[in-house]
Design a protein around this ligand. Structure first.
Ligand SMILES: *Cc1c(COP(=O)(O)O)cnc(C)c1O
Length: 380
């Protein structure tokens, strides 16, 4: 729930984002049966836009045993809400609040000897997972620094300064397990585990797979899978039946009839080809509808698809209502939903915006009122 939403009482005329936790619960159960080992639910970026705390509670009741986040701040939000499951935080600068993390029982990923030194100095006794770069060239220790990181971590462990519980990697090209790059990622992780053991470490939590690798490549499962976008109902491989959890509904603010030839919105990127009725929606790119979906996206009004016309602007979007009858100010427009009633989906919005569903989910703005529907249990 955003600060704005708490400060202002919701009116029926507001845009409303509904989060269906029973969908999240179903997805968690699906992934806990697919994953060979434990299920770590990745609830970074406010639970992929679904609300970190409600999503965390839901997945922990439906098969997940751990939580993963980027920053310590994200981990603290979960702890402060009373969640006591194991949490791993994997993206921190060396001057991060490691001591606070350790006091709140938050495990930390270590991508470099610089981070390790900072952790042993400020948070002796911290639980850590060493992070190997398995092909991203992004985070994680580069292979040529790995042996040194493992040896330093083992020395620190012998002095009681850290406890190395895990080793993690992340695959750049998981989609097709047969490709050279996918194979290189797996080989590098296996090699990294050998190096860690040779250094005397005995990590028990070995994790490489995200959503895609978990679905397509059981060889990546090890003892745990880190599942993020899959819990939000997105299967980038298109092979698992999942349930999208979000629905965005917004009311028509006003309608107007325009003559053929009327230019609409900034830069007149759309001109009415005939006389028609336009509807104004009070959502725009500040609310997470990408401007790149202008003149491509659709919404559903009274069961009919209506095209977005002209540029999506910061706060507003115009749709062509055509000759729709019984549509006026206050009529709800479904921007997206699970798709069961023919409404647009987040996947369609991603296509219209030339992006991936992750970006649509995590880009939804704080101005949208959020309503959380509780998980009604296995039989719902
Ligand atoms: C975001 C993230 C995940 C989750 O990835 P999905 O593809 O959304 O399941 C897993 N591991 C790391 C390191 C991540 O940053």
């Amino acid at each position: 729930m955003s600060a704005l939403a708490m400060a202002v009482e919701r009116r029926p005329s507001d845009s409303e984002l509904t989060i269906d936790l029973s969908a999240v619960a179903a997805n968690a159960r699906t992934f806990s049966s697919i994953a060979g080992g434990e299920l770590m639910a990745v609830v970074k970026a406010n639970g992929f836009g679904h609300g970190a705390v409600p999503v965390a509670r839901t997945v922990l009741a439906n098969g997940a045993t751990r939580l993963g986040v980027t920053t310590i701040e994200e981990a603290l939000e979960l702890r402060n809400a009373g969640i006591d499951a194991p949490i791993l935080s994997w993206l921190n600068t060396p001057d991060a609040e490691f001591r606070l993390a350790q006091r709140r029982n938050i495990a930390i990923s270590v991508p470099s000897t610089t981070h390790l030194a900072a952790i042993t100095a400020s948070a002796p006794g911290a639980v850590v997972h060493l992070h190997l770069d398995t092909g991203m060239a992004r985070d994680g220790a580069p292979p040529d620094e790995w042996a040194q990181l493992c040896q330093s971590a083992r020395r620190a462990e012998l002095k009681g300064l850290v406890r190395v519980d895990g080793v993690m990697g992340h695959l750049a090209c998981a989609q097709d397990p047969g490709t050279h790059t996918a194979q290189m990622g797996r080989i590098r992780f296996k090699w990294g585990l050998r190096v860690a053991r040779t250094a005397g470490l005995r990590p028990k939590d070995l994790h490489l797979a995200g959503t895609v690798a978990t679905v397509v490549d059981p060889k990546t499962h090890y003892t745990m899978s880190r599942i993020g976008v899959g819990l939000a109902g997105v299967d980038p491989t298109g092979s698992v039946v999942l349930r999208p959890a979000l629905r965005l509904v917004t009311p028509i603010v006003s309608t107007r009839t325009v003559r053929a030839g009327t230019g609409v919105g900034y830069d007149h990127t759309w001109t009415a080809p005939r006389s028609t009725t336009l509807g104004l929606l009070p959502v725009g790119y500040a609310d997470g509808l990408p401007r790149s979906a202008s003149n491509r996206a659709e919404v559903q009004i009274n069961g009919r698809r209506c095209p977005v016309v002209g540029r999506i602007s910061m706060d507003m979007t115009v749709v062509d209502l055509g000759d729709a009858v019984g549509v006026g100010a206050g009529t709800p427009a479904i921007v997206f939903g699970p798709g069961a009633q023919g409404e647009p989906t987040v996947a369609e919005w991603a296509r219209w915006s030339d992006t991936i569903e992750h970006e649509i989910l995590t880009g939804l703005g704080p101005r949208l009122h959020r309503t959380v529907l509780p998980d009604l249990g296995v039989w719902a």
